[in-house]
Design a protein around this ligand. Sequence first.
Ligand code: ZN
Length: 296
Amino acid sequence: MNKFFFIALVSVCISAAAMAEKLKVVASFSILGDIVRNVGAEHIEVIDIVGPNSDAHIFHPTPLTAQQIAEADVIFINGLGFEGWIERLIEASGFKGPVVTVTKGITAKTFADSNQSYNIVNDPHAWHSIANIKIYVKNITKALQEFDASHALDYQQHAERYLAQLDDLEEWVQRAFQQVPLAKRKAITAHDAFQYFGHEYGITFLAPVGVSTVSEPSAHEVVKLIEQIKRESIKAVFVENIANSRLINQIAKEAKVDVSGVLYSDALSEPSGPAANYISMMRHNVSTLVKVMTEK
Ligand code: ZN
């Protein structure tokens, strides 16, 4: 055999073997998929069930989804009631492997949902707190180290690198909000996805529907919100990348304010968009909010 051909053949075999050894990971939604990719990097292959700009609250699985789950080595989910459909799907797919809930250890916010007879429900949108994402990273790292022990040290190093980026992000966000006066720290979004974010940075978020986009707004709640926007001169009114913008457009029109832009709530943008990963999503959301809240 020609020596060069032999070397080429060997390297093809090695890279094929390396690919075959990658841990097959399924993440329930795109934001989580990005966090998992940062920790797993070259050792894992990630499929996001609910992709960019898509709404995990009202996701309808297809036969392909069940197949992707059946073929996974490990599944990462957010939990706190975010992916209500996933348990049945996992059962139907025949998947018997580990399911890791990344919000384990997080203090969940609860919410009296006006659309569910004011029942107390968990607010699943924990990812809008960077402090919480650090807990996601720790849970993901521990799980990957357990299921793929041969790369444990690499997972640790990837996690440390990513945690340092999250520290930088946190510092940047804190600094960005320093310029916003307290009286301007109010925003309207399509659904209640930003309570963790609001808590971290002292911003009040109001929405016509509750923590899930499944709910329909009541006419009474909508009228109340329009009155509040007028009364408190709230200028920060946002549509979301995952939700229908019709209601927010209608509310803005009746309150006589302009829609201030798009916030990325429960999903990333397409790779070419402004929120292609978690860090750029946070930067986009913060810049968009700060811009409107500091306008004269
Ligand atoms: Zn949501």
